[in-house]
Design a protein around this ligand. Structure first.
Ligand SMILES: Cc1cc2nc3c(=O)[nH]c(=O)nc-3n(C[C@H](O)[C@H](O)[C@H](O)COP(=O)(O)OP(=O)(O)OC[C@H]3O[C@@H](n4cnc5c(N)ncnc54)[C@H](O)[C@@H]3O)c2cc1C
Ligand code: SF4
Length: 328
């Protein structure tokens, strides 16, 4: 690891002022310290943002007592994945979020990993993580996964990088229509999950749409969808990322689904959603046949590579199972 300056910020404004031209925010450190130890990134300044006491919303889960159609749950950037997974009241209103958080890594990782760090973790592509290989994402001139080992790579992408987003929270947040509040250029901006990741769809060098100095503050989750579910398949039951994951949310009344959203993870640089599937499902019963037709629509444009063709039937099964799990 290269030497660097270590400073602690007490407020988001202070963090932004300390970051400089080649600085990085440090939350739980699970992703960042791994990258630094492997010489993937070498910041001059590491700004510790874990211990911020102000504003208090950064470390808090705010759930209104009377859940209504217009209510939101707000979770701060520094809240750990373990705190989300263990929250008994969240489990009642957002079961899909609890399922997604509980599947992350291992208990040790969940105890340290934060909401912001999980959403902003960098690519797991093995070429990207290899210090001796400088691929397109790290400023090189080629993507080695195209002709190389692409078992864990994307089925969909808008650019030359084939590395998918693997954050569990990003997938359930996409299905729940979460709004992310960030500090950007002295102002507070709100981004949808699509906006939060859209840069990664078109620019092979990015992992998300944030500028290096942008600071993530909170995630605001609308509670208007009463049913949510998350399913994933990994090679190992612990300490592993999903090969494919799926989240769905909506309302189910009299056997019919409305306001439905389905998102796939680990298949594209963004949580992957297809509007045509939402339109198809609107007002329909959640039968295996309808869930299967929605899966066909979502996977219609998949472009499997030499080694990741298994992701298509896997995603199809996961979409069906996740949608059927929305039935009361
Ligand atoms: C073995 C293993 C298995 C794993 N399995 C899974 C899995 O199944 N699913 C999954 O989703 N993840 C998985 N992970 C990834 C893990 O969840 C993330 O590395 C972790 O959530 C990162 O959070 P952190 O708080 O440690 O972030 P850090 O490592 O501290 O930061 C990560 C990034 O976020 C930036 N950052 C942090 N806070 C802010 C902020 N407030 N504003 C702006 N930028 C910020 C940092 O600068 C850095 O770039 C796994 C990790 C390991 C090691
Ligand atoms: S998929 Fe992306 S991260 Fe992996 S080698 Fe290609 S450009 Fe690099």
């Amino acid at each position: 690891m290269n030497s660097f300056q270590y400073v602690t910020a007490h407020t988001p404004d202070e963090a932004v002022s300390l970051i400089g031209k080649n600085g990085r925010y440090l939350a739980g450190g699970i992703d960042l310290l791994g990258e630094m130890k492997d010489y993937i990134v070498s910041p001059d300044v590491v700004v510790n943002v874990k211990g911020m006491s102000q504003p208090t919303e950064l470390g808090t889960i705010l759930l209104p007592t009377g859940v209504t159609n217009t209510a939101n749950c707000q979770i701060g950037a520094s809240v750990t994945v373990a705190e989300i997974a263990a929250h008994e009241d969240l489990k009642k209103v957002l079961p899909g979020l609890i399922e997604a958080a509980s599947e992350i890594g291992s208990p040790q990782i969940r105890n340290v990993a934060t909401l912001a760090g999980n959403l902003l973790q960098h690519s797991r592509c093995w070429y990207y993580r290899q210090p001796d290989i400088v691929c397109l994402k790290r400023g090189g001139d080629m993507c080695h996964a195209h002709e190389g080992e692409n078992k864990y790579h994307s089925l969909f992408t808008g650019c030359a990088c084939l590395s998918p987003v693997v954050s569990n929270l990003s997938v359930i947040f996409a299905a729940l229509d979460v709004a992310i509040k960030v500090k950007r250029a002295g102002k507070t901006e709100t981004l949808s999950i699509a906006e939060f990741y859209q840069e990664a769809w078109k620019n092979p060098q990015t992992h998300n749409s944030l500028n290096p100095e942008d600071f993530l503050l909170t995630a605001s989750i609308p509670l208007k969808r009463t049913r949510s579910a998350y399913r994933q398949v990994s090679e190992k039951s612990e300490f592993d990322w999903a090969m494919v994951s799926c989240a769905a949310a909506g309302n189910v009344a009299n056997g019919k689904i409305t306001n439905v959203r389905v998102a796939l993870g680990a298949v594209a640089p963004v949580p992957y959603m297809v509007e045509a599937a939402h339109h198809f499902l609107e007002g329909k019963s959640l039968t295996d046949e309808n869930a299967s037709k929605a899966a066909d629509l979502i996977l219609k444009d998949a472009k499997p590579l030499a080694h990741n063709g298994y992701k298509v039937p896997l995603a199809h099964t996961l979409i069906r199972r996740t949608l059927l799990a929305l039935n009361p």
